[in-house]
Unconditional design. Structure first.
Length: 166
């Protein structure tokens, strides 16, 4: 496995993959920093395209990613993760809407668990899933990062939140 850390507007990001496929993005926030396992090799060259695309995303010039992914998970998790990448940049869906979109209308909690297990946040945009009442609910990177990502994308749910406060 290869790894690298990069700086971003939401803090340091830990990247890991097998040299071909990206397998992890981890928000390096506070006590939960990810560390490479024994034998992993630090090599930023293995992540050149990923870094470029993430930088473009944070600059607002990239809406979709073209990265070879190698996330490990159950069949159900992969179904949810495939649905996540179909949510357009700047748009949000509820857990219930996502459950219905994959043909499991009663599985919003299971969808939430699969969303929370997503090892590739930002690229597999789990931050675009919100509560049925429009609230920004749980996010592995923290709600501040979720809000920042949605603001960056111009999501209406965040614009509406700030307009109602003003």
């Amino acid at each position: 496995m290869f790894w690298h850390e990069m700086q971003s507007p939401v803090g340091r990001l830990f990247l890991a993959g097998d040299g071909v496929r990206l397998q992890h993005i981890h928000f390096q926030t506070g006590r939960r920093d990810k560390r490479p396992a024994a034998g992993w090799v630090r090599d930023p060259r293995k992540f050149g395209s990923v870094i470029t695309q993430l930088e473009e995303y944070f600059e607002g010039t990239r809406k979709r990613f073209d990265v070879e992914l190698g996330a490990k998970g159950t069949d159900f998790q992969h179904t949810v993760w495939r649905a996540l990448v179909q949510i357009p940049c700047g748009e949000t869906v509820s857990y219930g809407e996502l459950a219905r979109s994959i043909g499991h209308p009663q599985a919003s909690r299971a969808v939430g668990l699969a969303n929370g297990a997503n090892p590739l946040p930002i690229i597999v945009p789990c931050h675009r899933v919100i509560g049925s009442n429009g609230s920004l609910t749980g996010f592995g990177g923290g709600l501040d990062i979720k809000r920042t990502l949605l603001e960056l994308e111009g999501a209406a749910c965040v614009r509406d939140l700030f307009q109602s406060i003003a």
